[in-house]
Write a protein that binds this ligand. Structure first.
Ligand code: NAP
Length: 302
């Protein structure tokens, strides 16, 4: 029988630890950790994600500050807000909820975020440090996946790992983190030839293509571990209903794999949890607090 890698369960366990950590250390710091979330425009999915982040913060005792700007805001206005938050002593972490309206220069805005508050790990300084395998803020979805593998004692070192997708948000940082942990990593994309053949080599296959049900059993080696990052809301046969699915056609591959992540309840909850972890790490550094949460970070030494 294949093992379900239950991200929901693990995230609740980690949240309990975070809650305890904040309760113990709040006296020394004299304030709770603070996370600022900047949302621009009315994208409904972003609204849901921001709400989820706000709720997760309150569960563990992080104070959240939501800045919701209208889509007629100017680039300069957002840059100024980021600069102000960079100096705000009550803010340990900051993120720009993506996607933002096309008229904004997203990369420029992210580059304004102080790297030590960049809890999404997307600022070029943090990406550069990841490339150099130096310690820095790591992006949340990849860090969550590594935690999920580790907590189920799935070895990364020496394994053949294929990542489908090369985005800055998921595929690239994830591939680098796995490489830093001594995995043998192949990064694939929409122009990869014979994708299913390449994927069949993998001991660990990670699907982050954003294409519903792309990965069928022809992609999967017997006994492989499969991680599904994709999340899609599809109309079900009853037209009034919708259902969530991932990039993996789970019902077809489940009998072949040794372990898998469900959608929902796999990678998604771990992403939010790592955002909390990153915020607390920034707070920990600011006040030189005890480092009892270090096992939650993707380790850096080669
Ligand atoms: P993205 O920016 O659209 O990148 C998708 C990547 O997949 C690109 O590199 C693309 O290749 C590649 N790709 C697309 N179609 C492909 C195909 N048929 N075969 C092989 N590669 C293909 O998406 P993203 O931001 O990385 O997100 C990927 C998925 O993960 C989405 O469903 C997103 O909603 C989900 N996601 C989930 C979480 C979570 O917490 N669960 C977090 C982030 C993202 P090219 O570079 O050649 O275009």
């Amino acid at each position: 029988m294949s093992l379900k890698l239950d991200g929901k369960k693990l995230s609740l366990k980690i949240e309990q630890r975070l809650n305890d950590y904040i309760s113990i250390n709040k006296k020394t710091a004299k304030r709770a950790p603070g996370l600022a979330v900047i949302r621009i425009g009315e994208d409904p999915a972003s609204g849901v994600y921001v709400n989820n982040k706000e709720k997760a913060c309150s569960r563990v005792g992080i104070k959240s500050f939501i800045f919701h700007l209208k889509d007629d805001a100017e680039q300069k206005e957002v840059e100024q807000l980021i600069k102000k938050l960079n100096f705000d002593k009550n803010i340990d972490g900051m993120l720009l909820q993506l996607p933002i309206p096309k008229k904004f220069d997203e990369q420029r805005l992210i580059s304004y975020i102080n790297p030590s508050k960049d809890v999404d790990g997307l600022n070029e300084i943090n990406i550069g440090k990841l490339v150099k395998n130096e310690s820095a803020m790591r992006s949340c979805t990849p860090a969550g996946i590594i935690n999920l593998l580790r907590s189920h004692n799935i070895t990364i070192e020496g394994k053949k790992i294929v990542v489908i997708g090369r985005s800055l948000l998921v595929g690239k940082p994830l591939s680098l983190m796995l490489l830093n942990l001594n995995g043998t990593v192949t990064m694939t994309h929409s122009k990869t030839l014979n994708l299913n053949k390449v994927c069949r080599e993998a001991d660990i296959l990670i699907a982050a293509a954003g294409k519903p049900n792309l990965v069928d059993s022809s992609f999967v080696k017997e006994g492989a571990v499969i991680i599904d990052v994709g999340i899609h809301r599809l109309k079900s046969s009853d037209k009034n209903q919708t259902r969530l699915c991932g990039d993996v056609l789970l019902e077809e591959v489940i009998s072949k794999v040794s372990a898998y992540t469900p959608v929902p309840g796999g990678v998604g909850p771990m992403t939010v949890t790592m955002l909390l972890v990153n915020t607390i790490f920034s707070w920990q550094k600011q006040f030189s607090l005890s480092s009892t949460l270090n096992d939650l970070l993707p380790k850096t030494p080669r």
